[in-house]
Each structure stands twice: as C-alpha cells, then as structure tokens.
Design a protein around this ligand. Structure first.
Ligand SMILES: NC(=O)c1ccc[n+]([C@@H]2O[C@H](COP(=O)([O-])OP(=O)(O)OC[C@H]3O[C@@H](n4cnc5c(N)ncnc54)[C@H](O)[C@@H]3O)[C@@H](O)[C@H]2O)c1
Length: 373
C-alpha cells in the first residue's frame, strides 16, 4: 500500500492545543478515509487519542489516506449498512460524521446514490446512536454552499441564521440540509448532542483527484477546483475558468477546518450551527493565477461555459459566531496553504495519477480530453 507523505504538525498546532482534551478519548470518524476525514484522523492521533474507528466505504477515498497506526481500526463499509451499524456500541466519546456522496455534480448525475450515501447515512447513524450515554458530542459536517444566497451579484458574508432557499441546486445540497434537519431533530427529541459545522471550500493535502469509484461524471476525477488547478498547473495543462472564473469562494485550509471541528467537539453547543470559514472572498480566476505563479507553471488559462446548475456564484462565510463562541479563526493564509499543497501534490503524484488512471475508460466514454494521461 502506498502511504501519503506525513505532514509536519506545527509546534503550536492542534495537537499541542487540544492534546489533553482528547488524550484518552475514543473517537468514531465516519468518512474518515476521505480528504477532511483523514486529516482529522491524523490530528486526533497527534492529540494522543486512545483509539479511533474509521467507517468508510471508499466511495470517494483512497485507502492510502488512512494513517497507519495501531490505534486506528478501519471498517470498510457503508454507515447505512445495518451490519456496520450493529458493530457500533456505546463506547465512543466523540463522533465526527463526514461521510458524503461527493459532490454536487455526482449527485445531479445520480440522485439515488446521493440519497443512499448522503441522506440515509445520516439518518441511520443517528437512529443507531441516539441512546448512547457516553457520547460527549457528535459533529456533523454541513456545507456553506447549501445555506449561501443563490446570487451572482456582490456577496455578503453568510451568517449561521441566514434564510435558506427551498430551491436547492443539487441533491447534494438537499442532503446536507436534510442532515442538518435530522441533527436538529435528534438533538431536540433524543438529546443527541449534535453540533453542525458548516464548511466553506476546503483545500489542502490528502484531497486525491480520482480517489474512489466512478460516480458517473468527470467530477469523479476533478473533484474540487483547487486540487484540479494545482495538478494541471504542475503538469503544464490548461486551466479552465468556468464562466471566466468570476465566481467567488471562501477557501479555507484543511488544518484550519480540523481545528474548527475539534473546537466544535469541545466547545460547540449541541443543536447549534457554526461556520468554519476564512471570511475572505477569492475569485476562481485569482485562485488560478496564484497557483500558476506558485508552481511556476507554463499552463494557459482558458475560458469555459458557466456551470448550468450553479446559482450560488458568489459567496463567503461570516466568521463572527465561530470566533465569539468557539474562539475559532482560520490562521493559514491562502498563499501559505497553497504552498504546502503544492509541495504535497508534487510528492504525491504517483498516488494521484494511480487514482486518475483508474477512470480513463469512463472519461473516454464522456468524451473528456485525456490530456492528463
Ligand atoms: N471539502 C469541502 O470543500 C467541503 C465543503 C463543505 C462541506 N464538506 C463536507 O465535509 C465532509 C467531508 O468532505 P471531503 O471533502 O473530505 O469529501 P471526501 O469525498 O473526501 O470524503 C467523504 C468520505 O465519505 C465516504 N463515504 C461516502 N459514502 C459513505 C457511506 N455510505 N458510508 C461511509 N462512508 C462513506 C467517502 O468514501 C469519503 O471517504 C462531507 O460531509 C462534505 O459534505 C466538504
């Protein structure tokens, strides 16, 4: 098995800040082989946790992401599977629920698969753990894109109590909101101590392009914009700016998201949502240009059509509540985070290209250029 390069924890990182709180903890991480989940698992190990169970069906993850450590037990399977659920007993101090059907475009392609892996998962997990007495907190990973205003006009910082449209852009967004509704229901009805962490656009090491199974669309390979641009820039391939790259996003480095998740677990009030955001708005064009400079790339920028499903053109998150209530602030600048990600991508090309290659035939079937092969 190929292992990812181990990333160095800074001296004042999560392990030194939260180590004592998690030192003897037992933690369940659903979706723990994925991008964010595997970063969280590594940080929890650095905090000295007693043990971690990762439940993941490797639908959008590569096995190599799971840290090799005796304290990590990996259960390969779906959290919607009754056999997997029956093995989860009342022995966990914290549960982080990060499983999802990745992502918007895959869910548009196959709404039933999204339901199975993004909605049913949350319901079955909560139904199964609702009576547990040992659980101090359950942290649900929600998405800022579901809550943000659907606009291409100037964005305002999305707050936690923003009115939410009943017209979502994708089954993925619907599922993330249903997950919040179930979180609220199981909290009020069953006192399950769920906190909802609403992520903005996360980037950083361990997001492996093409990881997992084919999900019916080229988005299986290209996942999110940051790793796609990073890989293509390093390979000298064109970077495509949908709609001229005028969309804006709030990019947050993965270590900051992990820090926010740990703070939600320790300090989040059950029933409450918290934005995990940088509070900065960056256009997709500016992101591409930064990556080109950082990687000294000979790539060109090309203009593609607008994504016809995406009405949430401009958005960023408000940091006020998470700052006041959790003491959370994203500490990594976009330049710093992209630099770390550049180094990681360079060092992880063998794993990334292995994952990309497994989808070559399906990409051919979609008439997608195979310039990356
Ligand atoms: N990355 C982002 O920018 C972002 C933004 C907003 C919200 N989120 C949320 O954060 C969480 C983690 O996202 P990520 O970026 O790490 O994605 P990811 O695809 O890397 O991780 C999701 C994991 O869930 C696993 N999974 C899928 N179906 C499952 C099932 N039935 N049972 C068990 N595991 C299953 C996948 O194999 C994968 O490992 C998700 O809930 C996502 O909705 C992420």
């Amino acid at each position: 098995m190929q292992m990812m390069a181990r990333l160095k924890e800074p001296a004042d990182g999560a392990a030194s800040r939260h180590g004592p709180a998690f030192a003897t903890a037992r933690v369940l991480v659903v979706g723990g082989a994925g991008f964010v989940g595997s970063n969280l698992v590594q940080h929890l190990l650095d905090c000295g946790v007693e043990r971690i169970r990762v439940v993941d069906n490797l639908l959008s993850a590569d096995r190599s992401n799971i840290p090799s450590d005796d304290r990590v037990e990996f259960v390969e399977g779906s959290i919607a599977d009754d056999r997997v659920l029956s093995g989860i007993r009342d022995e966990w101090d914290y549960a982080f629920h990060l499983a999802t059907y990745h992502g918007n475009q895959s869910s548009i392609q196959d709404p039933l698969a999204d339901h199975e892996n993004n909605t049913l998962t949350t319901l079955k997990l909560y139904e199964s753990i609702k009576g547990f007495g040992r659980l101090k907190k359950v942290v649900y990973s929600s998405a800022g894109c579901s809550v943000a205003a659907k606009t291409w006009e100037a964005a305002h910082a999305t707050t936690e109590d923003e009115p939410v449209s009943l017209f979502m852009d994708s089954p993925y967004s619907i599922s993330k909101l249903i997950g919040e509704l179930y979180s609220n229901y199981y909290f009020t009805r069953h006192k399950l101590p769920v906190v909802k962490a609403r992520f903005q656009n996360v980037y950083g090491p361990r997001e492996i392009l093409g990881a997992g199974r084919w999900r019916g669309t080229p988005a299986t390979v290209w996942r999110n914009v940051t790793p796609t641009f990073m890989y293509r820039a390093l390979k000298g391939l064109p970077l495509v700016l949908d709609n001229g790259g005028i969309a804006t996003r709030d990019f947050i480095y993965v270590d900051d998201i992990v820090e926010g998740l740990l703070r939600c677990a320790l300090h989040g009030k059950p029933g409450e949502p918290y934005n995990l955001a940088s509070g900065h708005e960056t256009s997709i064009r500016a992101l591409a240009e930064k990556i080109m400079v950082l990687t000294s790339s000979p790539s060109t920028l090309t203009i593609g059509p607008a994504r016809d499903w995406d009405r949430s053109g401009k958005r960023f998150g408000s940091t006020e509540k998470s700052s006041n209530s959790l003491g959370f602030a994203a500490r990594t600048t976009l330049d710093e985070g992209l630099q770390i990600m550049t180094d990681w991508t360079r060092n992880s090309l063998a794993v990334i290209e292995n994952c990309l290659r497994q989808h070559a035939n399906n990409m051919r079937g979609c008439n997608e250029p195979l310039d990356w092969l």
